[in-house]
Design a protein around this ligand. Structure first.
Ligand code: FES
Ligand code: ZN
Ligand code: ZN
Length: 298
């Protein structure tokens, strides 16, 4: 297998593009895809500081690496979720990466009694759903407190396509209307959220991370076993195997037509301030404070 550009040994073959690349040209391709997403969706400029939400996994660290290589101004943000030794190990990966690249980062530790396993146990809710509430809350709160206007996450094409499939299967119009790779800032506190890896797949990102010596946590979160998103990813991968490019077509064609859903789904509620914590929210009490209330009742 040879690189289509220079003819030297290829490290990856991309069936959906019907091409192969060596290390140098794959890096070039990868960074170009990231830059293309940033420009096409006007995600951010080089004057803005970007808070990169990092989990220690391949996607978020590869994203941080790519933005750094593309000369964007970044700060990492890690939430220590208190998940067994998984959280410690992933924090180590983030620290190592930040030190190696001389990049600043913030760590938010959930207080005692507020870790994901504890919150799940006390509230009776699934771990992944509790985790989603906590993450969304701090992905809003920390950038507001730090005065950073852009929040970037490592969601990739596989994540977005599988979420899309899930939302289509339920015909969840509100969620479908919020599928864009950029969610604009709302109110005074909720900052712009962007997904610069939306043009790249799990496989491409893992290859990039390995080829560039990014040491990431390879095992999945122990709480994610049996998650439907993993099942949907597998289904899409089977379709992709039969017909390369299906996943990209499915997701990108949807984005071209997303306005249809935006017209249908109306956001009935106005932005409000949470009565308890004061953060902006779409209900009188935000989901995080509702969760906290629930566990203190229990
Ligand atoms: Fe959220 Fe595993 S990272 S439950
Ligand atoms: Zn090459
Ligand atoms: Zn609140």
């Amino acid at each position: 297998m040879k690189c289509r550009i220079c003819g030297s040994k290829a490290i990856i073959s991309l069936r959906r593009h019907n091409t192969s690349f060596c290390h140098v040209h794959f890096n070039e391709f990868f960074l170009k895809q990231v830059e293309k997403a940033i420009k096409k969706y006007s995600m951010f400029s080089r004057d803005e500081e970007i808070l990169v939400c990092v989990s220690g996994g391949k996607d978020s660290l590869a994203l941080w690496d790519a933005l750094n290589k593309l000369n964007y101004k970044t700060k990492g943000f890690y939430i220590h979720l208190g998940i067994e030794d998984y959280s410690e190990e992933s924090l180590e990966k983030v620290e190592t990466f930040a030190e190696k690249n001389h990049l600043p980062f913030i760590v938010k530790r959930l207080g005692t009694g507020k870790t994901i396993p504890e919150l799940s146990k006390k509230s009776g809710r699934k771990k992944c759903s509790v985790c989603g509430i906590v993450k969304r809350y701090f992905f809003n709160k920390i950038p507001y407190e730090e005065n950073i206007d852009v929040v970037a996450t490592g969601h990739n094409m596989d994540d977005e396509a599988s979420r899309l499939l899930g939302n289509i299967l339920k015909w969840d119009l509100t969620r479908l209307s919020k599928h864009e790779p950029v969610l604009k800032a709302e109110g005074m506190m909720l900052k712009r959220k962007v997904k610069p890896l939306m043009r790249l797949t799990d496989y491409e990102i893992a290859t990039y991370a390995l080829a560039n010596g990014i040491d990431y946590i390879q095992r999945e979160c122990p709480m994610s076993k049996g998650a439907t998103s993993i099942y949907y990813k597998n289904v899409l991968n089977r379709l992709e195997e039969k017909s390369p490019g299906t996943k990209q077509y499915f997701y990108h064609q949807f984005l071209k037509n997303i306005h249809i859903f935006q017209d249908v789904a109306t956001r009935a509620d106005q932005i409000k301030r949470c009565n308890i914590c004061g953060m902006e929210s779409f209900s009188e009490i935000c989901s995080y404070c509702r969760l906290m209330e629930k566990i203190s009742e229990g």
